[in-house]
Every structure is written in C-alpha cells, then in structure tokens.
Design a protein around this ligand. Structure first.
Ligand SMILES: CC(C)=CCC/C(C)=C/CC/C(C)=C/CC/C(C)=C/COC[C@@H](COP(=O)(O)O)OC/C=C(\C)CC/C=C(\C)CC/C=C(\C)CCC=C(C)C
Ligand SMILES: Nc1ccn([C@@H]2O[C@H](COP(=O)(O)OP(=O)(O)OP(=O)(O)O)[C@@H](O)[C@H]2O)c(=O)n1
Ligand SMILES: [Mg+2]
Length: 170
C-alpha cells in the first residue's frame, strides 16, 4: 500500500482516536450506568464510563473533524459532511468503548482490567461501522488500521501512564 493511502487512512480515523483518548483527560463524575447492576449482580458498565467522558469525547472528536475540514476541505466534500463523519466516528468509537466495558463486566473483569483485542480494536471497529454510510476507506486501508491501531493504542496508553494521566499502562 502506498504511503499516501496510509496517510489518508490515519487522517480519516483521527476523530475516533481523539474521541477515544479524550475521556482520560476530561472524564469523571457520574457514571453512565448510574451505579446500577446487571442481573448477574455486577455493574452494567462500571465507574470508568462517565457521561462527561462520553460527551466530552464526542465533542472533541467532532471538533477535530472540523479542524481537519479546514486543513483538507477536498477530503470531505463539504462542511456538513465533515461534521457528520467526525461525529459518527467519535460517537461510534465511544459507543464501541461502552460495549467493550459491558462485555468486560459480564466476563467479571474489574474496571481497568486489560482485555486484549477488545480494548484496542472495539472502539475502532465500531467507529468504522458507524461512519460507513457517510464515507469509508478501501479494504486495504481498513486492514492497515486494524493491524496498526493496537500499536498506536498501546503507545498512547503508555505515554498517558508515564504522564500520570492513567494509573495503568493499558
Ligand atoms: C484536547 C483534549 C482535552 C484531549 C486531547 C486528547 C489527546 C491528547 C488525544 C491524542 C489523540 C491521538 C492521536 C491519540 C493516539 C491514538 C489512539 C488510538 C488513542 C487511543 O486512546 C487510548 C487512550 C484511552 O485508552 P482506552 O481505550 O483504554 O480508554 O489512552 C489515553 C492516551 C492519551 C490521553 C494520550 C494520547 C497520547 C499521545 C498524545 C501520544 C501518542 C503517542 C503515540 C501515538 C505513540 C506511538 C507509539 C507507537 C508504538 C507507534
Ligand atoms: N466514557 C468514558 C470513557 C473513559 N473515561 C475515563 O477514561 C479512563 C480510561 O478509559 P478506559 O480504559 O476505557 O476505562 P477503564 O477504566 O479501563 O474501564 P473498563 O475496564 O471498563 O474499560 C477511565 O478510567 C475513565 O476515567 C470516562 O470517564 N468516560
Ligand atoms: Mg482500560
């Protein structure tokens, strides 16, 4: 795959990356599940999934898309398309993150426990699925993102851990 095609794949997915990373810095406050438990007696989502993180992440991811529009207008077509795409990528990423936590809680994993695969790819697959109707990538670009995103995710988490933003490096 050409370098240019790799660049556009990252450019496309950037709002989802920002949406996923932002809650670490802007999250906190009341949890989305309101502290409620599922029928198995464990939390529905857990204290790691908050309204502030979710809404803040969607807002930051969407804003990133707007900034991207002004840098490369041709990539999106027009501003409403850029907003729609960035919103769907961001919402999709954080929705996928919630589904991941739901699955982790059902598997009896405590908040913050690593779930290899789910943690690195859940948000990405969900973001790609939500954004699909507006604009999508070639299958080669999607495979590229699926292969390389886990490394970037691990790198970003390690960085956030070293910065003291996260208590665990995953
Ligand atoms: C403006 C505000 C308030 C926040 C901006 C948030 C921010 C700093 C965004 C950076 C966006 C970005 C390009 C992130 C990397 C991509 C990515 C996949 C991030 C996934 O987020 C992981 C996140 C939460 O983990 P979770 O899925 O378990 O919930 O981890 C939090 C990480 C950060 C807040 C720090 C972001 C990291 C950097 C700015 C450094 C990035 C370092 C690398 C990409 C290292 C590359 C390493 C390799 C191996 C190539
Ligand atoms: N919707 C969200 C998502 C994340 N966060 C914040 O970002 C941190 C890291 O996110 P993540 O790794 O996804 O959560 P975990 O704490 O690991 O919880 P889980 O085991 O459910 O993944 C969380 O602890 C929380 O402080 C948040 O406030 N709201
Ligand atoms: Mg985690």
């Amino acid at each position: 795959m050409g370098l240019e095609s790799v660049f556009w794949a990252f450019w496309y997915i950037l709002p989802a990356y920002f949406a996923n990373a932002s809650p670490v810095l802007v999250g906190g406050g009341p949890p989305i599940d309101g502290g409620r438990k599922w029928r198995d007696g464990r939390r529905i989502l857990g204290d790691g999934k908050t309204w502030r993180g979710f809404i803040g992440g969607v807002a930051i991811g969407t804003l990133v898309g707007v900034v991207q529009y002004f840098i490369t207008p041709g990539f999106y077509g027009d501003l409403p398309t850029a907003v729609k795409l960035a919103f769907l990528l961001s919402f999709g990423a954080l929705f996928g993150d919630l589904v991941g936590s739901f699955i982790k809680r059902r598997a009896n994993l405590p908040r913050g426990a690593p779930a290899i695969g789910l943690d690195q790819l859940g948000f990405l697959i969900s973001a790609l699925a939500f954004a699909y109707p507006v604009k999508t990538l070639s299958s080669g670009q999607i495979i590229f993102l699926l292969v390389f995103s886990p490394f970037i995710h691990w790198g970003a988490n390690y960085f956030a851990y070293k910065m003291g933003w996260k208590s665990v490096p995953w």
